[in-house]
Design a protein around this ligand. Sequence first.
Ligand SMILES: Nc1ncnc2c1ncn2[C@@H]1O[C@H](COP(=O)(O)OP(=O)(O)O)[C@@H](O)[C@H]1O
Ligand SMILES: [Mg+2]
Length: 295
Amino acid sequence: MKKEKVGLEMQDVIGRTYHEFPEPTSKALNADAKVVCLCNQKGGVGKTTSVVSIAGALKNYGRRVLVIDLDPQSAASIALGVEAETLEKTALDLLIDDRYNDPENIGELIYQTTVDDIELIPANIHLTTSEAILTHNHKEIGEAQLQLANKIEPLKKDYDVILIDTQPSLGFLNINGLCAADSVIIPNAAEYFPLRGTTQLLDTIYNIRTQLNPNLKIGGIFITMLSARTTHSREVIERINDEWPDLLLYSMISRSIAFADSTVDGAPMEQLKKNHKGSKQYRMLVRELFERNVF
Ligand SMILES: Nc1ncnc2c1ncn2[C@@H]1O[C@H](COP(=O)(O)OP(=O)(O)O)[C@@H](O)[C@H]1O
Ligand SMILES: [Mg+2]
């Protein structure tokens, strides 16, 4: 990084020193949205919570955000206050219906959330049918996998960031998410050493890069649900740092019950408890991701 380092000197839980990341500068005019996919095939590592919290922090920095829920369990939709279960128009329609090749029609799929400037294309359980439908309708290699990428292209002028939440798998839907993304970021719960899982995920990313989306960047791995006082957490983080030193972000998210509460409230914690440590940590993560040109 060529930028001058002026922020406060900080130290993370494994003793790496860094400079506090600055607030993002004002937006570039007429820039296309950066598309960022959160991915980890393990469940319960903080993907959805991070999507929602990052959206909240981005809004705080004046960015317009579209969240695309690609998990048939609807967790991100619900956490943003949209009861997706009974909705007729969802991410499934975006993927399978040729009507949405015409950008004029996509507005039908975009829902306002509880927060201004955070909009949503929701998902529900019907999304599980997308693979069968798309692989039946698109026989050319890669065509079914590139549906999301193609469909969201015209939306990029309307947002600063498009965030994609994914399900715990490396299957068809997640490949659509990764093919549509400029960057992938990988949340990892501090208790869990993900050697095999992350190696598999990185292999999948490299394959997608060679075959379908040459521009896909790895934005980083970040730690969630950190209990700084336990030596086990620290050991796990040290091992991740040994394996992927260039990928492990400095910003980490502590364990806090407040995240579950904000899901129940249907809005990012940023909007409800701006001064909570967890809100601040997600703002710092977002700043670091700006520094890494993920946003
Ligand atoms: N930093 C955190 N501290 C405590 N609980 C958390 C934290 N982040 C997420 N959670 C909780 O952990 C559970 C799994 O998180 P979630 O974001 O749904 O993971 P994923 O999307 O990877 O399955 C949820 O109940 C969520 O409220
Ligand atoms: Mg989830």
